[in-house]
Design a protein around this ligand. Structure first.
Ligand SMILES: Cc1ncc(COP(=O)(O)O)c(C=O)c1O
Length: 375
């Protein structure tokens, strides 16, 4: 469909083109070039973690994080209100995702339900920071993980730049991941990164990323016969991609500011309507608005609004419909409607509206006028 207002548009400047062009013109090391390490160092510093390893996507970054922590069996606590790869990667690693309820403000894991879901088989907890906002119970979640000697892997795919009480998203778990897919805060089309303070995990991540190969030297520029000491993937990010993320990184503050501006304008237009719940900002936090998600009174109103906006060629999304109700999880893992009533209820009321740095005020005026009229 030809959307008049898409859900997102990528923000780019000429230096992004230049950055990739430089790598192309180099005519070598379009993979394993110096940009990889530059991006890893820059991101580690930005988040405040010791080590970073780039990946081909947020999904491969999360899969590798699980494998590097040896989470190849047992159970992992995950929300159902998230993108499918949060759960899929647990299965790919060999463990079982245990879907757990969320709270109703930031849509993060509900710490009480997390406690209920912990069993002798639990190995890890994966909290997800939805849409650019750190989940409000993240500190409690880390404490629960520590008390039960569980690993916390933070799925911060959507929340680069977010912080809470001066701590960045990605700095709450032992290990964390981000995505650079095209609808994220900064992007290279596809890409991901894993961060950790643990040297052992860091070394394993590098092996998993590149065939289980011990890369004491660059494979593409040595006569040495490098050794392969475990099984691994080709989950590498290309140097072209890393160059693009590096130049996008230079503008992250500007991009976040632009996104916040649009969100504030939405808030201004919607906050007076008691039938609409606008996204809140926690005290001492930075919500970077990877998404702008509102909550309506009920599913009927939400669906009607979405249908009307669709007729107006305005793209909205339901982020997220519960994963546990997708065919694969129902058929293969026995989940059914009613298993997570709180999550299902919230999913029935949310609607994610278009938001991107260059979104025009007139477009927000048009969208919010329709919504306000319908509820
Ligand atoms: C919460 C969450 N986790 C993981 C991912 C996976 O990232 P990618 O699409 O880069 O594989 C995404 C991206 O869409 C996401 O939103």
């Amino acid at each position: 469909m030809n959307w008049k207002t898409p859900l997102f548009k990528i923000y780019w400047e000429n230096d992004d083109i230049q950055s990739i062009t430089n790598v192309i013109k180099r005519g070598s090391y379009w993979t394993t070039g110096p940009e990889i390490e530059q991006l890893e160092n820059k991101t580690a510093k930005y988040i405040g973690k010791k080590h970073a390893v780039t990946f081909s996507s947020g999904t491969s970054a999360l899969h590798a994080a699980l494998l590097a922590h040896d989470i190849t069996n047992g159970e992992v606590i995950v929300p159902s209100f998230t993108f499918i790869s949060t759960a899929n990667t647990v299965i790919l690693a060999g463990a079982r995702p245990v879907f757990t309820e969320i709270e109703d403000e930031t849509y993060g894991l509900d710490s009480e339900d997390v406690k209920n879901k912990i069993t002798k088989k639990t190995k890890a907890i994966i909290p997800v920071h939805i849409g650019g906002r750190i989940c409000k119970e993240i500190k409690a979640l880390r404490e629960i993980a520590d008390d039960h000697k569980l690993i916390m892997i933070e799925d911060a795919a959507e929340s680069l730049g977010a912080h809470l009480n001066k701590k960045m998203a990605g700095n709450y778990g032992q290990t964390s991941i981000f995505s650079f897919c095209q609808n994220k805060i900064i992007t290279s089309g596809e890409g991901g990164i894993t961060l950790t303070d643990n040297k052992n995990v860091y070394n394993k991540l590098k092996l998993i990323r590149s065939h289980g190969r011990v890369e004491q030297e660059n494979f593409f520029s040595t006569t040495k016969d490098l050794d392969y000491i475990q099984i691994g993937y080709n989950y590498r990010m290309s140097s072209l991609t890393a160059a693009l993320v590096l130049s996008q990184m230079k503008k992250i503050n500007k991009i976040i500011k632009m996104r916040k501006n649009k969100a504030q304008y939405y808030n201004q237009k919607l906050s007076k309507n008691n039938n609409i719940k606008i996204p809140t900002e926690l005290k001492n936090s930075n919500h970077v608005y990877q998404m702008y998600t509102i909550q309506l009174k009920n599913k009927q109103t939400r669906d009607k609004i979405q249908q009307k906006l669709t007729r107006e060629k305005i793209l909205t999304k339901i982020y997220f419909n519960p994963i546990h109700l997708k065919t694969y999880y129902r058929q293969k893992h026995g989940y059914k409607k009613g298993d997570l009533p709180k999550t299902e209820k919230i999913s029935g009321k949310v609607l994610t509206l278009p938001l991107y740095p260059t979104l025009k005020k007139t477009e927000i005026d048009h969208i919010t006028k329709i919504i306000n009229k319908m509820c």
